[in-house]
Design a protein around this ligand. Structure first.
Ligand SMILES: Nc1ncnc2c1ncn2[C@@H]1O[C@H](COP(=O)(O)OP(=O)(O)O)[C@@H](O)[C@H]1O
Ligand SMILES: [Mg+2]
Length: 246
């Protein structure tokens, strides 16, 4: 396991200021929040910045939306995901357990249907992707789709632990998107180095969005809640030291 103190800048304006410069290289954090709170956007922005500004290719593992849908959705921010895919700076891995007829499975690939340990399967897919594009960043959207398939919580935690360990060895800094599908704390929350929560609350005639870091091992992070905004470039955190955007 690497003990590197090297910080990976997310490039999300304002966010790196909250976490003392960036995420720890090779570590995995959990990103959680209600539907529509901006998790997928945050994840893709982390990869888009990595590919464009930091020479760090990234993998987006989708377990919910189709790759085409993702590509289309993020055009509204002016992000050309398709181009970055052609340049092998972004790889979208379609790991949805259920797909419609027009998007057929690779033959012989049961995609978790008969898979007793879906995390083992997913870890293999990710490691292949890391090798292919030399990825330094990863987003899994979302892990909850897999966690709920495990009857046994111990097996789920062990599967997640192994995956996190493999990513650390490859120095691949990762975000696991996590949805609270039942009222229990999801297993990935215990295993990740950090937990970031996105909130969105309905206020009279608008939606108020905010972000809070509730755990970040070995990092002097802020515990405050900061407002977040979307603009034409994506996401930014309203941090007092962020002078350029108001
Ligand atoms: N230009 C934009 N393109 C897409 N979504 C936007 C844009 N501006 C604001 N949004 C907001 O982002 C939300 C989508 O966030 P998303 O990342 O999909 O959330 P989650 O993954 O948590 O469900 C939309 O519901 C919308 O309110
Ligand atoms: Mg989403």
């Amino acid at each position: 396991m690497s003990n590197s103190e090297f910080k990976i800048r997310t490039g999300i304006p304002g966010f790196d200021l909250i976490i003392d410069g960036g995420l720890k290289e090779g570590k995995t954090i959990v990103l959680s929040g209600e539907s529509g709170s901006g998790k997928t956007t945050f994840g893709m922005q982390f990869l888009h910045n990595g590919a464009l500004d930091f020479e760090e290719p990234g993998i987006f593992v989708t377990l919910t939306q189709s790759p085409q849908e993702l590509i289309n959705d993020f055009r509204s921010y002016g992000w050309n995901i398709e181009k970055l895919m052609d340049e092998e700076k972004i790889l979208i891995v379609d790991a949805r357990p259920f797909k419609t007829n027009d998007e057929t499975f690779e033959s012989g690939d049961p995609l978790y249907g008969t898979e007793p340990f879906p995390f083992t399967h997913l870890t293999q897919l990710i490691l292949q992707g890391i090798k292919k594009i030399h990825a330094k960043r990863l987003v899994v959207d979302s892990l909850s789709v897999l966690s709920i398939q495990y009857g046994n919580k111990f097996n789920a935690r062990q599967g997640i632990q192994k995956m996190i360990h493999a990513l650390d060895e490859k120095k691949c800094t990762s975000i696991f998107i996590s949805e609270n599908l039942d009222s229990k704390t999801p297993p990935e929350w215990y295993e990740a180095s950090g937990i970031v929560i996105l909130n969105h609350v309905q206020k009279t005639n608008t939606m108020e969005r905010s972000i809070q870091v509730i755990k970040m091992r070995g990092t002097k992070h802020s515990e405050q809640t900061y407002p977040i905004r979307f603009n034409e470039n994506g996401y930014h955190v309203l941090h007092p030291r962020l002078q350029t955007i108001t």
